[in-house]
Design a binder for this molecule. Structure first.
Ligand code: GDG
Length: 472
């Protein structure tokens, strides 16, 4: 069996059942790495005065990790710069927030080269190499240029933007062409994959045959592979002290009111302002619901070094204050807005105590919170998921109430409908979604990707490939 080498911006090995803030990705990759005796390589999250390429080897949760420290300039230009101020907004269709700067592009190229140089001595010819996310798109080409012929895979956790937005990146052709050095590229949904195909056929003259893209004699499989939840691990929170306590605490403090919950990293892609405005719309148009519901928004801050994140924090403080100022009474606070994180078991209890789960991103590669909300419900008395049509999760969780997050009216109507939905309909919708959450879980996802990375071809493309290879 080949060894798996996972490479991502940050390294976060984790054990199933471990009570931490690390999500399913860390647990699934760790499991695959343990089985294959692999290594997880990436940035330690630490800063060093001068980059030395020195690798720190550890064993965390039974996984071999290899990490490097980065210089302040790397962190500024690569991580806070090109990754989080250029690519993240661009890939979430926010051209208005996309900052184009040569320093950023330079830092991105430099750090990707540093990753390639430092990981290279660890690689053996049979290793399967799986690179994660927009931070490391050129890494595959970097390894090819250094002579590696290994199977190389890349998984994009975000959406792929329309070609008309992608071209606003000065080096777009070079960057996207570099992705075709990988043998497999994974996307959450057909929409993101098709958007990628549109770009590479229009701007690179790539050719598509079945699931494969062909360019300059290389071929890359474009795989739709939606990430799942570590459902077994997450659902094992049921009945634990921490989950029960959190559930009970929320129910007691609700004094008979229905809870509408949102849990999101504080990020402009998650549509939080729009969600608050929709809730305000609900309170305005449905006075009968006032004092009968409240919204709990958990939003741990992220990427606080980036100005647009400071801005969204200020906007939400002001929106939640405004709504509470307008509607609160002496014993009712309509919005509970909490800027801190909770342990996963507590989150389970919080989801379970909530009648409505609001997941309303403006754009989201997948969105695992939607799957967590479904997994935490009592199947005999489940809550209702209100889900944005612009989240990748809406493909699998199409039994949710699917909304347009740009319309306050649409969202307010869906929340009102969720609050009054009859038990039978709630159970039916929930059962359909739970099936997908359990069957297409994070292990299913990593196995599907690794199978493709190992070179197993899709059934339907075999005859086509045979034909192609018989041509002179
Ligand atoms: C990217 C893509 C894609 C949040 N608050 C707390 C907490 N969280 C956890 C959630 C969930 C995770 O963070 C967030 O995952 P998402 O999938 O919603 O979003 P991103 O962080 O933007 O992730 C996304 C994902 O990659 C995987 O491919 O789905 O589309 O943007 O697990 O529960 N966890 C804890 N306390 C909190 O307060 N413990």
């Amino acid at each position: 069996m080949s060894r798996l080498i996972a490479i991502s911006n940050r390294v976060q090995a984790a054990q199933a059942g471990e009570n931490s803030n690390r999500g399913g990705l860390a647990v699934a990759l760790s499991a695959a790495l343990r089985t294959s005796n692999g290594i997880w390589f990436g940035w330690s999250g630490e800063q060093t005065d001068e980059f030395s390429g020195q690798i720190t080897f550890r064993r965390e949760a039974g996984v071999a990790t290899a990490t490097i420290d980065l210089e302040a300039q790397d962190i500024d230009e690569y991580y806070n710069g090109f990754a989080n101020r250029t690519l993240w907004p661009l890939f979430h269709y926010r051209l208005d927030l996309t900052e184009i700067a040569r320093d950023f592009a330079g830092g991105y190229a430099r750090v990707n080269a540093r990753f390639a140089n430092t990981v290279a001595p660890l690689l053996e010819p049979d290793d399967l190499i799986w690179v994660h996310d927009y931070h490391l798109m050129p890494l595959g080409k970097g390894l090819r240029d250094r002579g590696f012929a290994n199977r190389l895979g890349f998984f994009l956790h975000t959406p792929w933007p329309p070609a008309s937005l992608m071209v606003s990146l000065p080096n777009h052709r070079e960057l996207v062409a570099s992705l075709l050095s990988y043998d497999v590229i994974g996307f959450h949904t057909a929409e993101w994959r098709d958007s990628f195909i549109d770009y590479i056929t229009t701007h690179l003259n790539a050719r598509i045959e079945g699931e494969f893209a062909h360019l300059d004699g290389r071929m890359t499989r474009l795989l739709i592979c939606p990430i799942g939840l570590d459902a077994t691990e997450f659902m094992s929170a049921q009945g634990t002290e921490a989950a029960l306590q959190a559930e009970q605490r929320l129910i007691t403090s609700a004094v008979g009111r229905q809870v509408i919950v949102g849990v999101d990293r504080l990020d402009y892609s998650k549509g939080l302002q729009e969600r608050f405005l929709a809730y305000e719309q609900l309170l305005n148009t449905r006075p009968d619901l006032r004092e009968k519901v409240f919204m709990l928004q958990i939003a741990p801050p992220s990427r606080g070094d980036v100005a647009s994140y400071q801005q969204i924090r200020a906007d939400l403080n002001s929106l939640s204050g405004g709504i509470n100022g307008e509607f609160a009474s002496i014993d009712w606070v309509p919005v509970r807005y909490v800027n801190k994180g909770y342990a996963r078991e507590e989150l389970f209890g919080i989801y379970r105590a909530s009648r409505v789960g609001l997941v309303t991103p403006l754009r989201d590669g997948m969105n695992l919170v939607a799957k967590e909300y479904v997994a935490a419900q009592d199947p005999q008395d489940p809550g209702v998921l209100v889900l944005s049509r612009f989240a990748g999760a809406s493909v699998q969780l199409n039994a949710a109430l699917i909304i347009n997050p740009h319309s306050s009216e649409d969202m307010a109507d869906a929340i009102a409908r969720a609050l009054t939905m009859p038990l039978e309909e709630r159970k039916e919708r929930h059962a359909a979604m739970l099936k997908s959450v359990i069957e297409e879980d994070v292990r299913w996802w990593s196995e599907k990707f690794i199978e493709a990375l190992s070179g197993e071809e899709p059934q339907e493309s075999r005859p086509k490939l045979a034909l192609a290879s018989s041509k002179p």
